[in-house]
Design a protein around this ligand. Structure first.
Ligand code: NAD
Length: 357
């Protein structure tokens, strides 16, 4: 059956990197029998410019009808003064909420060819391959009550609520256990159960779900320790599962272990494995329009789409191998360039991956 992919290029370098990822998809359609149809729609600032809204109904309808969404990036300084509800970033939150994308998968992989890009010593990070599964629609970011109030003594105080229902923990835990099953079969659940009741319940539910996955080695770690262990000995981890707040911080920390934001893909999944796939980087206004952005994070997001939504793991492997080949050949965009390698632009990099396929 033909699968429908909504392509939302967005702002800044979004359209540039998305165009290269689309080339890869089209090559797979032409030469490898991938049955897909693509439809493009504006999102973020680009959508605001056209429709006065960052997530117009037409874009949302397309995203809902699609099996998978490929997103570039949104945002730009020209939109920073808009009312909060109309800012480009609102489109991301809207898509996550409307599509019920509760599990965010962020691999942090350090290609051996790029080991020198990390700020950590090569022996600590070379060969790093971990996956953070972050809960995306709950926790203190959405918990009620929240706000700023005036106390009896006249001083103002801000407050938010950390809250997780059992079903929310269970469904994201299952995504993480399933992912661990396809990898090295180790799962570390990260919380703060020594201090927070929410975390205590989180741990209880994860232990309960683990009974369905006897082949997975489950461990638990407090978030402060996890933050330390990620820089001390990151290769001890296979899959990490954690809540929205802790995952927000740890996934950026893990990304930086690799030293190359332009290389990292992500997936956000719903209960039926429908997903939104996007690079973890933003719209990079500082280099937009120059043709120098690294398209590999977006191309690797397509590999995740093939693996998690389109059920084509062989083609996913093919893309990852093609990326590796291109790095072996010494091709580098500016962000991952080191002396002795060959600097190329966005298009050349995309073309090289397509050729390597
Ligand atoms: P950013 O990720 O856009 O850029 C950070 C730095 O990394 C910049 O120096 C940029 O040039 C570089 N960079 C990022 N991606 C690159 C790539 N593919 N190739 C080469 N270099 C790359 O983060 P920022 O500067 O904090 O944010 C810029 C805008 O993007 C803001 O409007 C922000 O709100 C938005 N943003 C969007 C997303 C998203 O769409 N998911 C995520 C983060 C930030």
């Amino acid at each position: 059956m033909t699968k429908k992919i909504a392509v939302l290029p967005g702002d800044g370098i979004g359209p540039e990197v998305t165009a290269e990822a689309v080339k890869v998809l089209e090559r797979l359609r032409r030469d490898f029998g991938l049955k897909i149809e693509l439809e493009t729609a504006p999102v973020g600032g680009a959508a605001y410019d056209l429709h006065k809204h960052p997530l117009p109904d037409s874009t949302l309808t397309l995203a809902r009808a699609a099996d998978a969404v490929l997103l570039g990036a949104v945002g730009g300084p020209q939109y920073d003064t808009l009312p909060r509800a109309l800012r480009p970033e609102k489109a991301l939150l809207g898509l996550r909420a409307e599509l019920k994308l509760f599990a965010n998968l962020r691999p942090a992989i350090l290609y051996p060819q790029l080991a020198s890009a990390s700020t950590l010593r090569p022996e600590v990070v070379a060969g790093l391959d971990l996956l953070i599964v972050r809960e995306l629609t709950g926790d203190i970011y959405f918990g009620e009550p929240r706000g700023v109030r005036v106390r009896a003594d006249g001083e103002r105080e801000g407050f938010n609520t950390m809250v997780y229902a059992e079903h929310e923990v269970e469904r994201v835990a299952r995504v993480a256990f399933d992912a661990a099953r396809k990898r090295r079969k180790k799962l570390c659940s990260v919380e703060k159960a020594n201090v927070l009741e929410t975390s205590g319940l989180w741990r209880e539910v994860v232990i309960r779900v683990a009974k369905d996955y006897p082949e997975i080695e489950l461990s638990h770690m407090y978030v402060d320790n996890a933050a330390m262990q990620l820089v001390r000995a990151p290769k001890q981890f296979d899959v990490i599962v954690t809540g929205n707040l802790f995952g927000d911080i740890l996934s950026d920390e893990a990304a930086m272990l690799t030293g190359s934001i332009g290389m990292l893909p992500s997936a956000s999944l719903d209960a039926a494995d429908k997903g939104m796939y996007e690079p973890i980087h933003g719209s990079a206004p500082d280099i937009a329009g120059k043709g120098i952005a690294n398209p590999l994070a977006t191309i690797l997001s397509v590999a995740m789409m093939l693996r998690y939504t389109l059920n084509a793991p062989v083609l996913a492997d093919k893309i990852e191998q093609a990326v590796s080949k291109v790095l072996d050949r010494g091709l580098r965009t500016g962000d991952i360039y080191t002396e002795g390698t060959k600097k190329v632009g966005t298009k050349e990099m995309g073309d090289a991956v397509v050729t390597a396929l």
